[in-house]
Write a new protein. Structure first.
Length: 171
């Protein structure tokens, strides 16, 4: 039995079958230029706090499979606990520069066969995209800081509330 609670399923072995399943499950979408949001120069990005880093780290499951970098989650948690200053600098730099490192966007695709399905059909597989945990931590920090402005900057919360209500910022 696997951790998913079902007998260990056999991965598709035919490269043609895998390519067909990936093409059907992940249709290509033409990519355009990256969306760049304007930012006012007078709005500095606050540094990532130790509490934010610890909050994001606490949500990491130690027994989850690693992403393409192969770094076990337990090792990453130990590294963050030992040298949080390094991770705080890295994540703060990412926020300040507006760069999400491309290496953290890579995915490792795992196709899990569905029980009772014929292996010839793309819909017979459940796709899992494994991401690097370091990138997941950055996503959680972005969510915790970027989507809840009142937690970091009460003035930003007031501005977003007045804009959302249709009144706008009357400065």
């Amino acid at each position: 039995m696997s951790r998913l609670g079902c007998p260990q399923a056999k991965q598709p072995s035919s490269p043609l079958l895998v390519r067909g399943a990936v093409a059907a499950l992940f249709p290509r979408v033409p990519s355009g230029p990256a969306l760049r949001l304007p930012r006012r120069a007078e709005e500095p990005i606050p540094a990532v706090t130790l509490e934010e880093l610890k909050g994001a780290q606490s949500r990491i499951k130690e027994r989850s499979a690693p992403g393409p970098d192969g770094i076990p989650n337990s090792a990453l948690k130990i590294a963050i606990a030992a040298r949080p200053d390094i991770f705080l600098r890295v994540y703060t730099t990412c926020l300040e520069t507006g760069v999400f490192p491309p290496v953290w966007k890579r995915q490792r695709l795992v196709l899990i066969p569905k029980a009772g399905q014929t292996p010839d059909e793309p819909s017979s597989y459940r796709p899992l995209c494994m991401l690097d945990t370091a990138g997941k931590i950055l996503e959680r920090i972005i969510y915790a800081t970027g989507w809840k402005p009142s937690q970091r900057d009460p003035e930003a919360s007031r501005r977003s509330d007045s804009t959302a209500s249709g009144k706008g910022d009357q400065r």
